[in-house]
Design a protein. Structure first.
Length: 373
């Protein structure tokens, strides 16, 4: 019982320090909401209203129908028309248009003869992601136009195989729905690693850690007491991000909330222990913050699958990604939130994060000696 009392005393001391420094509370509680608003409204991987320039040299009903097919939805937006193909390249260079559709003379004639009717699409490859998506849109439009012409010419023409595509788990393909799980990684890494690394390193710099070592409080008790307030703070951040995502961006919660918080708790514990390892090794706030940013924040953004697919990375980076708990946290969250997965599916993610936590706990306990070098 006395051990619990000592842990609670250490935790209360840390809570008082947090309350005395409003910047920590603003950073810990205001930053998650600000980040999700920024990512949700400003950062989007959805590509719509692609500026389109058109050169129609055929001036026929068929060429106008092709232009209408491109601009009928919100995919392409007509911003300019020209008479000569050479005049569209300056539009692409000045970023007035991102794509240019060139319909040559004789397009309608080839359509009526049943011959291959060609049209050229120029894309601005400086933004390769938008260009790839625009190319996919254009191919889909061209296919629909070809099938429509085939049905008209052959009458009872039917496709031997008809593909009916249905998108599961995120039917509208909203990027904000996919960003929320990744955003939780960034938020929890910031509070768990950055704040923990700084608070323990600060104790070393001020000499107060020496006073703690002079008391009967054990190493494990100091670790638990120091990290408990930040663990609770991290869970509050998860609740803030999740609530904001559900209310403002219609993020679905198809799985169990209890399982979601279990995944978040394991990730938090793993990150808290990593922050403690950084602090006891560096014992300097400036160095600790730099090491924490390099070893946790950047990998959480780049190697978690949050932005870039891990399968597309080189084998060395794939191996590193499979060591880091951020990858399993994103997988588990997306599985619970979007797919409605249960424990029978996400247990490998839980085991991987648990193993990382145990390794960090062992390392931090061995390095956290009752002496000040």
């Amino acid at each position: 019982m006395s051990r619990l009392v000592r842990v609670r005393a250490i935790a209360q001391k840390e809570v008082f320090h947090i309350l005395r420094d409003p910047q920590i509370l603003i950073f810990a509680l205001g930053m998650p909401v600000a980040l999700i608003l920024l990512f949700g409204y400003a950062v989007s991987f959805d590509v719509e209203h692609i500026p389109l320039a058109v050169v129609d040299q055929d001036h026929s009903a068929e060429s106008r129908a092709l232009v209408a097919a491109f601009t009928a939805q919100d995919l392409f937006e007509l911003v300019a028309t020209r008479e000569e193909p050479a005049s569209v390249e300056p539009l692409l260079q000045r970023n007035v248009a991102r794509a240019a559709l060139i319909i040559p003379e004789g397009y309608a004639r080839d359509v009526h003869r049943g011959q291959m009717a060609t049209a050229q699409l120029l894309l601005d490859g400086a933004d390769n992601m938008s260009a790839a998506i625009a190319l996919g849109y254009a191919n889909s439009i061209a296919l629909s136009q070809s099938l429509g012409r085939a049905r008209v010419q052959l009458g009872s023409f039917e496709m031997p195989v008809e593909a009916r595509v249905r998108t599961l788990f995120n039917p509208r393909l909203q990027s904000s729905v996919v960003l929320v799980p990744g955003l939780m990684v960034i938020v929890l890494v910031l509070v768990a690693v950055m704040l923990t690394a700084l608070t323990v390193a600060r104790e070393y710099e001020r000499g107060s850690m020496e006073q703690l070592f002079a008391t009967p409080v054990g190493r494990i008790e100091i670790i638990l007491g120091k990290l408990a307030p930040y663990f609770v703070l991290g869970l509050v951040q998860v609740l803030l991000v999740l609530t904001t995502g559900v209310v403002l961006f219609d993020v679905p919660v198809n799985g169990s909330l209890a399982l979601l918080f279990l995944i978040a708790s394991l990730f938090l514990l793993a990150m808290l222990m990593q922050g403690l390892v950084i602090s006891v090794v560096t014992r300097n706030q400036m160095v600790a913050s730099q090491v924490a940013a390099i070893s946790t924040l950047l990998p959480a953004m780049l190697l978690s699958g949050f932005v870039f697919p891990i399968d597309n990375m080189p084998p060395v980076l794939q191996g590193l990604a499979h060591v880091l708990p951020a990858k399993y946290f994103v997988d588990g969250l997306r599985g619970v939130l979007l797919r409605g997965n249960g424990l029978d599916v996400v247990w490998p993610d839980l085991v991987a994060m648990g193993l990382f936590f145990v390794v960090m706990l062992v390392v931090s306990t061995k390095r956290f000696q009752r002496r000040v070098a």
